[in-house]
Design a protein around this ligand. Structure first.
Ligand code: ADP
Length: 257
């Protein structure tokens, strides 16, 4: 798009000066498209559990369902309503992070302390799957990032690692100080891994490697998008390395001196 504005002097019909404003609208258009896709995705993701809840509730109300089937349907309704509530939480969380009003809180957090706290949240699941957890973080590794953010990053990585690692295997959480003022956090599991073609996309909203595999473990597809958002907000980076023996998710966050 080209806008021209002329500055005229006297009767001279030719402008002495022309101001040309060139604006690249491809970025704007891409942003608009992303927004549209997001709304479409959100609607679709919300509609799926709602449709399931309505359908099973209506079947139950119609009667003529034996006790065992009734229990089964009720458990689906319960599961789907939990899923719905996780989705709503994640969507609100992400939009809060994206709104410019949310000021980045640059507190101080000890990475090891946060990791231990996060692991406590998953105690039951860790015991159920008989997972061994290794924490390899120096005591004095402190980040210039508010605890809540560090916790959100670790919760999402650790939650996935526990979900996907095979029973009776090990997950490792490590923290390494880098020379550039950032610490590198790595969470490694011994699960099925992520196919190469999907690795670049796992941080996208609502992206799931395999819909069917995902449904069993009840995720929302938003966890990693939230991690990426937080980390990039602090000028850090996220990434994944994976093969068929397991996956390593990493993130860098600024250290505190
Ligand atoms: P979800 O809430 O579905 O787990 P995420 O954004 O956390 O959403 O993850 C996106 C997708 O990436 C998951 O649905 C899963 O397919 C894949 N994924 C994430 N972490 C792992 C992992 N540790 N091992 C294998 N696949 C993973």
């Amino acid at each position: 798009r080209l806008k021209g504005a002329g500055l005229y002097r006297g009767n001279n019909t030719l402008p002495d000066e022309i101001v040309v404003v060139l604006q690249d609208i491809t970025d704007l258009r891409r942003l608009e498209q992303m927004r549209k896709d997001l709304v479409a995705n959100v609607s679709h993701e919300l509609r799926t559990p709602v449709t399931a809840i309505q359908g099973f509730a209506e079947t139950l109300l119609d009667g003529d369902v034996d006790e065992e089937t009734t229990k089964h349907f009720l458990s689906i309704i319960k599961e789907e309503s939990y899923r719905l509530s996780r989705l709503i939480n994640d969507i609100l969380n992400l939009s809060k992070l994206e709104s410019s009003q949310e000021k980045r809180k640059e507190g101080i957090s000890n990475l090891r302390d946060v990791a231990i706290k996060v692991l406590n949240l998953f105690d039951d699941k860790i015991n159920q799957k008989e997972i061994e957890v290794i924490v390899d973080i120096p005591d004095d590794l402190t980040l210039a990032v508010d605890k809540d953010y560090v916790e959100q990053v670790l919760v999402n990585y650790v939650d996935n690692a526990i979900k996907y690692t095979y029973p009776k295997t090990t997950i490792t959480i490590s923290g390494v100080k880098q020379d550039n003022g950032f610490a590198r956090i790595v969470v490694i599991d011994n699960g099925p891994g992520i196919p190469m073609k999907d690795q670049a996309r796992v941080f996208e909203r609502f992206f799931r490697v395999e819909k069917s595999r995902q449904r069993d473990v009840g995720g929302t597809g938003l966890g990693l998008a939230i991690v990426k958002h937080i980390v990039e907000g602090f000028k850090g980076e996220v990434g994944v390395r994976s093969n068929e023996k397991g996956t390593a998710f990493w993130a860098t966050l600024p250290m505190c001196y």
